[in-house]
Design a protein around this ligand. Structure first.
Ligand code: KG4
Ligand code: ZN
Length: 332
């Protein structure tokens, strides 16, 4: 008998629900993005996100159950992301999950969003062997994690200021390229010269990341040379981000003797980052695991996958547990 879990994700600006069997088989996965609602503000507005989650959560869950051809009776547990994320947004998903768990008499499982990103890898590649060197880079997070085993992680590096995706978004806004900035810069960079401008590679040799200085360097460069080709600025900025991310990923993988390099988070969609990680893995005899975009960006299948392991190791989460907007990934 398989264990079927409904996962719910509402930590930021995606309302998502999914049904996953045994933490591995995605039976349905529905993601409703709010990008259009936030685009004109150039970033996610927490209050707008919470209200949109309230409107969308019911239909999204109904869609996920409908696509899976199941009702609540067919489930074995209900899971929701309980942090980190926006407090009001998290509360919507967690409240919905608890309500369903109560009416259907099912266990509730609260899931750490960052742990869930790690589990996205196993959804596609069940035979990935630890240790894994995983880079999670999104609009809210930049994290380098060595996965020793299920539930055993070593966070070896994080950003000391902006997240990598945030840097893409801020630089794109400054260059007038719109929101979200990552895809816009990625596209424009293809027409530019990545070596045109020598932007700084922050914190060489350290495991932590920093992107605020790079963003300032781009602003200063464009103000000093307003006629610089925007494609060259985009390509040179992107090269500086990708160099920083991959240098630290490679060093962490070497130090841990990792068998594979894994990407997660929205920035994993970046074409230059993906190509570089593939090349790095090939050069060091490791596997590269670059999940499809739908699993890199926020989704509920990864929540249900992580919940399956958590339910087995820790049992259900008490219904009086709340949300934790600053929840960290527990180190070994
Ligand atoms: O994981 P995600 O969908 O949401 C969270 O932030 O949790 O990541 C969104 C971030 C945005 O900052 C966006 O600009 C960035 O991922 N992104 C990219 C690309 N596509 C999305 N960054 C660089 N290159 C891309 N192709
Ligand atoms: Zn995320």
């Amino acid at each position: 008998m398989s264990t079927r879990i409904l996962g719910i994700e509402t930590s930021c600006d995606e309302t998502a629900a999914a049904v996953v069997d045994d933490g591995r088989v995605v039976v349905s996965s529905v993601v409703s993005s709010q990008i259009d609602l936030h685009a004109r503000f150039g970033g996610v507005v927490p209050e707008i996100a919470s209200r949109a989650h309230v409107d969308l959560i019911g239909p999204v869950i109904a869609d996920a159950l409908g696509e899976a051809g199941t009702d609540l009776d067919g489930l074995d547990a209900v899971a929701a992301c309980h942090g980190p994320g926006l407090a009001g947004a998290l509360l919507v998903g967690v409240s919905a999950a608890k309500a369903l768990a109560l009416v259907a008499d099912l266990p509730y499982v609260g899931v750490n969003h960052l742990e869930a990103h790690l589990y996205a890898a196993w959804l596609e590649e069940a035979d990935l062997l630890a240790p894994l060197a995983v880079l999670i880079a999104s609009g809210g997070h930049t994290l380098l994690v060595i996965v020793e085993d299920h539930g055993r992680y070593r966070v070896v590096g994080q950003t000391v200021d902006d997240a990598a995706g945030e840097a893409f978004d801020k630089v794109a806004r400054f260059l007038g390229l719109g929101y979200p900035g990552g895809p816009a810069i990625d596209q424009l960079a293809a027409e530019g010269d990545p070596e045109a401008i020598a932007f700084p590679r922050a914190m060489p040799g350290a495991a932590d990341f920093s992107f605020a200085g790079l963003k300032t360097a781009v602003v200063n460069h464009v103000r000093a040379a307003p006629d610089a080709a925007v494609a060259d600025v985009a390509a040179s900025f992107q090269a500086a981000v990708v160099d920083q991310l991959t240098d630290k990923l490679a060093a962490a993988a070497d130090e841990a003797g990792a068998s594979a390099l894994v990407l997660g988070g929205g920035v994993a969609a970046n074409s230059s980052l993906r190509a570089r990680v593939e090349a790095l893995a090939a050069a060091s005899g490791r596997r590269a695991f670059l999940p499809p975009l739908a699993l890199c960006t926020d989704n509920a299948a990864m929540i249900a996958a992580a919940a399956w392991w958590r339910l087995r190791s820790d049992g259900p989460t008490p219904l009086d547990a709340g949300v934790d907007p600053t929840l960290a990934l527990t180190s070994l």
